[in-house]
Design a protein around this ligand. Structure first.
Ligand code: BGC
Length: 392
């Protein structure tokens, strides 16, 4: 996967007129000493008049330099709506949703006259830091970041702020930092939905064995999803209704790791009655392990409404997925980013603590999708066409 700008046409930073430089780049026009009218005949008076002109010229130059400095260090405040430049730093393209995020962000931004420069870090923390620093040095007006590691990226937020650039934490929360706004889904609700569908499907059993296939420990969403899952499971574990027999995180959300880890557990002769997976990729890995161990037809849940997951709902190998409208997320984020570039306070409907402060947040609601409501959700919303889901 490329680690550089994806679409050269998308990166208009260098070609676009730079508002900041235009404002400060003009040479200050001071009155010319040679051409200024000199009417004094007295040489002494003439000399003092010359010094007066020099003093005025110096004062004008210093004043212009001060104004220029402030304009150069506060690009966000002077961006005009048509000139807003968004720097988008994505962690990965591993899940198909991230390409949709990029596409919808670009479309919404361009519809508002803004430009987007995108960089993909391919799951590499150091690369992501360098890419964000690169975007800062290109003097974008606002940064939209999906962090690979919620904590490692934090120091860059301060660098952005020093350059007068606001930072929007997109989908995943950047921890321990003074990030300006977090725009995401209610990730606890994702976990609650995923757990509820599995326990409901196992309602007739007592002591049902549940496996939790977690997300990446470096991603705060994985923490929030687990919190939601446990809010459903904890009372049921306490009453003996269910048992959490397997609880393993998945580094970098890698489906292969989800598979090998659950497979190793099942290979020891263990059995499970249901699987709550943190996303559709890890659900896919888990389903493969179950099938290879001869366990079929048990409830498995995930999130992202990936096309392959929707097809598994139809095939009956996955019970449910959480649909998150990426178009709504992207639109909300772009509108907020543009507002912030104009110095406006970001729209918010929640506050989420990130270890440094209660971050102003805007959270959208995930929608559970089963075989029964595919048409009324992902197809109705235009996320997929009927042909994509059911075939031509
Ligand atoms: C996102 C999920 C995604 C996962 C892996 C999470 O932060 O919320 O939608 O599947 O990252 O990329």
């Amino acid at each position: 996967m490329s680690d550089q700008l994806l679409d050269p046409g998308e990166n208009e930073i260098n070609a676009a007129p730079d508002v900041v430089n235009e404002s400060v780049g003009t040479t200050p026009q001071v009155p010319s000493l040679e051409t200024s009218p000199v009417v004094e005949l007295d040489p002494k008076k003439k000399k003092s008049k010359k010094w007066l002109w020099i003093a005025i010229a110096s004062a004008v130059i210093i004043a212009l330099a001060i104004v220029g400095y402030f304009l150069a260090t506060a690009p966000a405040k002077i961006a005009s709506k048509s000139s807003v430049r968004i720097g988008l730093s994505l962690d990965t393209y591993q899940e198909s949703r991230w390409e949709k995020d990029r596409q919808y962000i670009k479309e919404r931004a361009e519809a508002s006259g803004a430009k987007v420069t995108t960089m993909i870090a391919d799951g590499d923390d150091q690369l992501q830091i360098e890419q964000v620093e690169n975007l800062i040095s290109q003097r974008v007006d606002v940064l939209v970041i999906v962090p690979h590691d919620a904590k490692t990226i934090a120091p860059v937020i301060e660098e952005a702020h020093k350059a007068g650039i606001k930072v929007l934490s997109y989908d995943r929360l950047i921890l321990d930092s003074d990030v300006d706004i977090y725009v995401s889904f209610d990730n606890e609700q994702v976990g609650k939905n995923s757990a509820q569908y599995v326990v409901d499907a196992l309602a007739t059993k007592t002591g049902a064995k549940i496996a939790y296939v977690g997300g990446a420990p470096t991603d705060n969403n994985a923490t929030l999803i687990k919190k939601g899952v446990m809010s459903v499971l904890t009372p049921l574990i306490a009453s003996g209704k269910v048992k959490l027999v397997y609880d393993v995180p998945t580094a970098d959300w890698k489906p292969d790791l989800a598979y090998t880890s659950l497979k190793a557990y099942l290979d020891k002769g263990n059995v499970v009655d249901g699987v709550i997976a943190a996303n559709d990729g890890t659900a896919f890995g888990a389903i493969r392990a179950l099938q290879e161990s001869g366990i079929n037809g048990i409830p498995v849940t995930g999130q992202d409404a990936e096309l392959t997951a929707i097809q598994r709902l139809i095939a009956g190998t996955q019970l449910m997925t959480n649909y998150k409208s990426i178009k709504s997320l992207a639109s909300q984020a772009v509108d907020i980013a543009i507002d912030m570039a104009h110095g406006k306070a970001p729209t918010q409907n929640a506050k989420i603590n990130n270890g440094f402060k209660d971050v102003p947040s805007y959270l959208l609601t995930p929608v559970p999708v089963t075989k029964a409501n595919i048409d009324a959700t992902v197809i109705k919303d235009g996320y997929y066409t009927t042909a994509e889901v059911y075939g031509p």
